[in-house]
Design a protein around this ligand. Structure first.
Ligand code: NI
Length: 177
């Protein structure tokens, strides 16, 4: 496995619409393994392939919500190939979202509280499941990446501009340090 470089905004590649995967084969599994390792190392809870420069409809998610006796997160990786939302709830939930491609910036985003998603897993097996809670939020955030959408696009222009300016300032401070 390998840790891949994560693309950050305003890299135009993040605006790519990713294409469906034709076959879940060993090459794709290698990509998913690398994406997972990259996500854990970042650290993050979700990653879309385009964030490592690959315009394919592939996501990895691990909420790492549970901890073992030593307080270390228990790994429970999930792989989503060609995910599709087939139903969404009218109820919304708000979550303070962040993104590895918009590092260290957070903002509240409203999204449907529950979604029914169809996808193929690591072995190419198909699934359909209704997801809610943080997993519903996370998969909708990651699926946005497949359409070239970032969480900041859900904010008002004023909020978005403020957040992106803050990010630029942070980058300048880091370069100067
Ligand atoms: Ni993201």
């Amino acid at each position: 496995m390998a840790i891949l470089p994560i693309i950050e905004t305003p890299d135009p590649r993040l605006r790519t619409i990713s294409t469906p995967v034709e076959a879940v084969d060993d090459d794709l599994r290698r990509l998913m393994d690398d994406m997972l390792e990259t996500m854990y190392a970042a650290p993050g809870i979700g990653l879309a392939a385009i964030q490592v420069g690959v315009p394919k409809r592939v996501l990895v998610i691990d909420l790492q919500e549970e901890e073992d006796e030593e307080g270390k997160p228990i790994k429970n990786p999930r792989y989503f190939v060609n995910p599709e939302i087939v139903w969404e709830s009218e109820d919304a939930s708000t979550y303070n979202e962040g993104c590895l491609s918009v590092p260290e910036m957070y903002a509240e985003v409203d999204r449907p509280k529950s979604v029914t998603v169809k996808w193929l897993d690591y072995d190419g097996k198909s699934h359909e499941e209704t997801l809610d809670g943080l997993l519903a939020t996370c998969i909708q955030h990651e699926m946005d990446h497949l359409e070239g959408i970032l969480f900041v696009d859900h904010l008002s222009r004023l909020k978005r501009d403020m957040l992106l300016k803050k990010l630029e300032k942070l980058r300048r401070q880091k370069r100067a340090a």
